[in-house]
Design a protein around this ligand. Structure first.
Ligand code: GLU
Length: 384
């Protein structure tokens, strides 16, 4: 493996527009004392500040609520019942958020706590809401610190592990790099403790059956998110166009360590996040309705702009917010496909109107765009 390969891989982190960093409980909380590893957290905060200073967006997915909270409730070591871990999370999350606020504020960074449940990334409407809140936070320069809302998430509606939560968040935000920091430094060909020939794999190009078998081998289940959930997270991330790195957090300044060439495993994404998302919108969704638009709006679409209600002349079909729709010109030719920000009933009421009028017409303050340009794929350029 040449130095150029290594540099190329590192650029996935150093050149990423948006980086999601997931931190495992075992790094944040000392196993014996149940207390926060403050010095380590401060070193990671310095890492985050450096990325932000380079102009990169950073999203943190932080575990540790349950591990931090249990001591304060006098819960004995060992496995907790679901309701005990939910109670521990309620106590721990407030401390966790406070710690993040302190360490990041020391670098002048504003921290935002976001607690998600599975539905926030799997249900269309909630997905759109969570995404727009998170995008707004990032646009305003804040660092979102995300965890699962363990206190209310019951067994059947849980992510269960933050590896997959991090990958879902990365896909939702069209992030281009995800780093999973835990007590393992990557994927090995065999369990490293048992097999002297075990080799760390620096790069996984495709998640093949062979790769899955390495993750499932005995002795490779580390903590709540074992190697199998990390591979599952990698599958989610790369299929959304996001590179994913499994790296050790057992060092201070773990992101700087990766940049300095520490051993880790990269799962390579094929295609950029937005391009992958647009392929998905253009190709695999069955449109639920149609928006007919005027010439001015068609021209704006061709210039890469969002579709505003003002340019819509007719609404056809029945759809909900978040559904896929076809965008047609007045002659009925398809110009674009996209995910619509309003239901068909609401779209019909605001069509032809200015975005500033939306609130007085619908009685709530909706998005200015009826289809945002990130959710829009031009399928045919207007030539007229
Ligand atoms: N949400 C859990 C916590 O904060 C951690 C889940 C995980 O580590 O994967 O304690």
């Amino acid at each position: 493996m040449g130095a150029a390969d290594t540099r190329g891989r590192l650029a996935r982190l150093t050149r990423a527009r948006c980086v999601v960093v997931k931190i495992g409980s075992s790094l944040l909380v000392d196993a014996d004392s149940g207390r926060l590893n403050r010095g380590w957290l401060e070193s990671l905060a310095a890492d985050v500040a450096r990325l932000r200073a380079r102009g990169q967006q950073v999203v943190i997915v932080s575990s540790g609520a349950i591990a931090l909270g249990r001591r304060h409730l006098g819960l004995e070591p060992g496995r907790l019942k679901l309701e005990e871990s939910q109670a521990a999370a309620a106590v721990g999350q407030i401390r966790l958020a406070h710690a993040w606020k302190e360490v990041l504020e020391a670098h002048g960074l504003t921290v935002a706590q976001v607690l998600l449940t599975l539905g926030d990334t799997e249900e269309r409407r909630r997905y759109l809401n969570a995404r727009s809140t998170m995008r707004t936070l990032l646009a305003l320069g804040a660092v979102p610190v995300i965890n699962e809302n363990d206190t209310v998430a019951t067994a059947e509606i849980r992510y269960g592990d933050n590896d997959r939560l991090a990958a879902r968040v990365a896909a939702m935000l069209a992030a281009d790099c995800t780093v999973l920091l835990s007590d393992v430094d990557g994927l090995y060909t065999a369990p490293p403790g048992r097999d002297p020939d075990a080799r760390l794999i620096p790069e996984v190009d495709e998640i093949t059956a062979e790769v899955l078998a390495m993750a499932e081998g005995p002795g490779s289940a580390y903590g709540s998110g074992g190697m199998a959930t990390k591979i599952e997270a990698a599958r989610i991330a790369v299929s959304a166009g996001c590179h994913l790195c499994i790296a050790s957090g057992r060092v201070t300044s773990p992101l700087a360590a990766i940049e300095a060439g520490a051993a880790c495993t990269w799962f390579k994404a094929h295609g950029a996040p937005l391009a992958v998302r647009k392929q998905w919108i253009a190709g695999s969704l069955r449109p639920a309705g149609e928006l007919v638009i005027d010439e001015g709006a068609a021209a704006a679409l061709g210039r890469g702009k969002s579709l505003l209600p003002a340019g819509v002349t007719a609404v056809r079909g029945r759809f909900e917010r978040g559904d896929a729709v076809r965008v047609l010109d007045t002659a009925g030719h398809e110009l674009a496909r996209g995910l619509v920000a309003y239901s068909s009933a609401d779209a019909d009421r605001i069509r032809g109107r200015k975005s500033a009028e939306i609130e007085s017409i619908l009685g709530f303050r909706g998005r200015a765009e009826i289809v945002h340009r990130d959710d829009l794929v031009v399928t045919r350029k207007e030539t007229a």
